[in-house]
Design a protein around this ligand. Structure first.
Ligand SMILES: Cc1cc2nc3c(=O)[nH]c(=O)nc-3n(C[C@H](O)[C@H](O)[C@H](O)COP(=O)(O)OP(=O)(O)OC[C@H]3O[C@@H](n4cnc5c(N)ncnc54)[C@H](O)[C@@H]3O)c2cc1C
Length: 247
């Protein structure tokens, strides 16, 4: 039987009408950076639960999650209304294998995400291990418009703490934005524009690639990279591509 832990919302940050973050106090057991937890609310006498990546790093308090409000989405439309002091349920244990323990060592770690799919990367970037395991860490975020790019202060903090090892590259598909590439991540793997901008080459011997968020982005990038010799990272057969689909 599922055991649920009571959480208390300490802050709801409304970035814009369909993007928000919740900070939640909850006595959850230790987790690994990159894992997700099930959050739940009782809606019309029914418990509605969905998985959400932890954005906060292990040891950070309160826990933090980053949400998109899905049109007609049952749980996200209820979570967005929560205020400080409201209760939310969390499954007793974090889950998932989108964690560094599952990813082989390499020179470069590329973290590609769309929208809220960037959340597990913040958790990983806030832990020590990633900076010890990889020489270069590249965070790539694809969004529709620049207002979908919150957490720039956190990105700036990682840049300042690791000036020689960390690169952030945004993709904005619907408008021009300073320092962002206009377009989508998969197209940039085809035309080389991401690698040119970052100054590193993606190749199977030097690169590990994490992909998270929109399943179309994940699928298209995996296809593109497989054509360049990359393989899915499996426990029984280590490769270079580790994925997490949000739907
Ligand atoms: C491992 C895992 C981790 C996840 N982590 C997060 C997270 O950190 N933040 C988050 O917002 N969601 C995350 N999701 C998605 C989340 O579990 C729900 O699917 C989402 O909140 C919609 O639930 P809902 O009840 O509101 O909508 P539903 O009625 O369940 O509608 C689902 C539909 O909403 C759309 N959708 C779902 N998630 C997103 C999204 N993130 N961005 C854009 N469109 C989406 C898709 O079209 C999907 O078919 C994660 C999913 C998985 C499997």
């Amino acid at each position: 039987m599922t055991t649920w832990i009571d959480g208390t919302v300490v802050e709801n940050i409304h970035w814009h009408e369909n993007l928000f973050s919740l900070k939640i106090e909850a006595p959850v057991p230790q987790f690994s950076a990159g894992q997700f937890m099930s959050l739940a609310l009782d809606i019309d006498n029914e418990r509605v639960a969905r998985p959400y990546s932890l954005l906060s790093s292990p040891g950070q308090n309160p826990l933090e999650f980053f949400f998109y409000v899905a049109s007609d989405g049952v749980l996200s439309n209820a979570l967005v209304k929560l205020e400080s002091g409201d209760k939310v349920l969390l499954k007793d244990k974090a889950q998932g294998f989108f964690i560094l323990d599952e990813i082989p060592s390499a020179r470069d770690l590329w973290m590609l995400g769309t929208g809220t799919g960037i959340a597990p990367y913040f958790s990983i970037l806030g832990s020590e291990e990633v900076w010890q395991k990889y020489e270069n860490v590249v965070l790539v975020e694809g969004v529709r418009s620049s207002k979908d790019l919150p957490y720039q202060d956190l990105i700036e903090k990682f840049s300042q703490e690791h000036p020689d090892n960390f690169t952030f590259q945004a993709f904005v598909s619907r408008e021009d934005y300073p320092n962002a590439i206009r377009g989508r991540i998969p197209a940039s793997l085809a035309d080389g524009s991401l690698e040119e901008k970052v100054g590193l080459t993606l190749n199977p011997s030097d690169s590990q690639v994490m992909l998270c968020g929109n399943p179309d982005m994940v699928k298209d990038c995996v296809e593109m990279l497989k054509n360049r010799g990359f393989e899915k990272n499996l426990r029984r057969k280590p490769g270079q591509l580790t994925t997490e689909n949000y739907w």
